[in-house]
Design a protein around this ligand. Structure first.
Ligand SMILES: [Zn+2]
Length: 599
């Protein structure tokens, strides 16, 4: 398929945006008289304002909220051109914000041969991969890539992969986002040998002789990535645009791309330039070597961040992303722990994982980045990685005072009890992937025996962090897990994936309002956009979602089934669930017209 066809197929919203902006132009002039373009009334407006007040109605004009209040307060906002919508009691939330997501990587992965839902054994993978290969038109020496391998517990060598395909080089991407497997032909083309050292922050799996065995973890995956030609920037933009449209349908209006290399920065810029982004985007610039605390390295990051500040509303940076460690699941066990992993029988091993940086040099780097005004967003899984990250933030605080950079630690799979209170003390924000906190093969089999019950008790300690006063924000880490925020809400409050499931550490649940804050006002604070978004208050941007159910009162085990009826971004309707365009709104509009002309 040609790029232009891909873009045309993937960007129908560009046409929609144009149509909508014409509609708004027709309404221009309403604002001068204090009249609203749109009034939503007879609803339940959860404002996420400082009092967490709930109102009936909201009025906005252009991209700005004019008023939030009772239905009667809105009379004076309604003019002849005002679109008035009867919400019929429906719940409205501020537009939802995903503070840790990989839209471009996820969209590109989505176009690869998908191994999602396939059992991670060679026997089960074989027919799926071979079917993809049969359809693929690539040449004999062209890399073939499959993604979303459910890799927890998956151990395979290049020779094992040869039984699936021996001639063409193949690569399988694990869905933990940290590991890639190749076959023998692939290994040959990579040119990695027994003499090739592990790169900083990565591991080459090796056989007894030290020769590469076929899998590459974390930054070592670069050996594979740099051999496989990525889709062009235009192709990546087209795939991402299609995905952003789906995100609007889940109520997302802002996001932070948690890994932006120069390529991702180009893709976002292209999307921005090619029309309006249907999303507010903040780009976290990837720090390749977190032990490099040189002034040169710092100024490179500052320059990359500045280049990313394109539009204060829609495309910004001001944040860098660092990996402190890897993943905790057996057999990878690359997450850094304070005390050793246990063996399958519960006896301590000599393995504790390793930090991906030198803690002293990293602390100096954070200090310099903080002084330069950048937010530092750290991937930390193990309790040692979390502690080292907090130590670096403490050093920055000590040297620079509070620079209001709203630093963040993401994932927080295991946090030592002694560190809970430090988040509040240091103003460090906890970026939780709430949907991960449930019992499933990915958390039980490869974790529980290897951590022991004392540590397992504090897996994803959202409740403990919340009680210790930490600010909690939410991110999906898609395409590791779904970006449906209502699944995160449900798991956050039930600690289970569905009804009848045994919760994971039920004491670590959080109140639903805390989960909502994590995707609205607190997320906006972390994104440094709380002056304009995150709550529904007069003067802020009109980013809001209308839901099909009142999640504040329904059975918590049905929250994940929530459907978004409408998403407004910057005052524009970017998503409407009505199949026959506008019907849900039109019915209510008709009723409202009757109501207005009731005399
Ligand atoms: Zn991530």
């Amino acid at each position: 398929m040609t790029v232009s066809r891909l873009i045309a197929r993937a960007m129908p919203w560009a046409g929609l945006a144009l149509l909508l902006s014409c509609l708004w132009i027709a309404d221009a002039g309403a604002e001068e008289q204090g009249k609203a373009d749109v009034v939503l009334r007879n609803g339940k407006i959860y404002t996420a304002d400082p009092a967490r007040s709930v109102k009936q109605a909201i009025a906005f004009s252009g991209n700005t909220i004019l008023a939030v209040g009772d239905d009667s307060d809105m009379e004076k906002r309604i003019g002849p051109a005002t679109k008035v919508v009867d919400l019929g009691g429906k719940l409205v939330l501020p537009g939802l914000i995903d503070t840790h997501i990989h839209p471009i990587i996820g969209a590109v992965n989505g176009a690869k041969c998908s191994l999602a839902g396939v059992k991670a054994t060679i026997d089960a993978l074989k027919p799926v991969i071979q079917a993809c290969l049969a359809k693929d038109t690539g040449g004999a020496d062209e890399w073939f890539e499959a993604a979303q391998l459910d890799n927890y517990g998956f151990q395979a060598t290049a020779k094992d992969l040869d039984t699936i395909e021996a001639k063409r080089p193949i690569a399988l991407d694990g869905n933990d986002g940290h590991t890639v497997w190749v076959n023998s032909r692939g290994l040959e083309l990579l040119g990695v040998t027994a003499e090739t050292p592990d790169p900083p922050g990565g591991k080459i799996a090796r056989d007894a002789s030290g020769a590469p065995a076929g899998s590459f973890a974390d930054s070592a995956a670069i050996f594979v990535a740099e051999k496989i030609p990525a889709p062009s920037v235009e192709e990546q933009a087209a795939l991402t645009a299609a995905e952003l449209k789906k995100m609007s349908a889940f109520g997302l209006t802002s996001l932070m791309d948690a890994y932006v290399s120069p390529t991702e920065a180009k893709v976002w810029r292209l999307l921005y330039d090619s029309g309006e982004l249907p999303m507010r985007v903040r780009m976290a610039i990837y720090v390749a070597d977190p032990s490099d605390d040189s002034d040169k390295a710092v100024s490179r990051l500052v320059a990359a961040s500045k280049a990313g500040d394109v539009d204060p509303d829609f495309l910004r940076s001001g944040v860098v992303k660092v990996f402190a460690d890897g993943v905790m699941e057996y057999p990878a066990q690359t997450a850094a722990l304070l005390s050793p992993y246990l063996d399958a029988d519960g006896k301590p091993t000599d393995k504790k994982g390793e930090l991906y940086f030198d803690p002293e040099r990293f602390a100096r780097l954070v200090q310099k980045l903080d002084a330069a005004g950048l937010t530092v967003h750290i991937h930390a899984i193990g309790d040692y990685a979390v502690r080292a990250s907090l130590d670096a933030f403490a050093a920055a605080r000590e040297a620079n005072g509070d620079r209001d950079n709203r630093h963040q630690i993401a994932h927080l799979q295991l946090v030592d009890r002694a560190d809970f209170a430090r988040f509040k003390e240091l103003g460090v924000i906890a970026d939780m992937q709430l949907e991960w906190a449930k019992r499933e093969p990915a958390t039980e089999g490869p974790l529980e025996p290897y951590l022991g019950s004392d540590r397992y008790r504090y897996l994803y300690p959202a409740g403990s962090l919340h009680k210790a006063g930490a600010m909690i924000i939410g991110g999906s880490d898609w395409d590791i897990s779904s970006y449906n925020p209502f699944r995160a809400f449900q798991t956050g409050v039930t600690r289970a994936g569905g009804s009848g499931q045994t919760p994971l550490n039920i004491d670590e649940r959080i109140p639903l309002t805390t989960a909502i804050d994590a995707y609205t006002i607190n997320a906006a604070y972390a994104m440094k956009q709380d002056k304009t978004t995150g709550s529904l208050e007069a003067g802020k941007r009109a980013d809001l979602v209308v839901l099909d159910r009142d999640i504040l009162s329904v059975d918590p085990e049905t929250i994940q089934d929530t459907k978004v009826l409408a998403t407004y971004l910057d005052g524009r309707l970017v998503y409407s669930a009505a199949e026959d365009e506008g019907s849900w709104w039109d019915q209510r509009e008709a009723r409202m017209r009757d109501w207005l002309h009731r005399d």
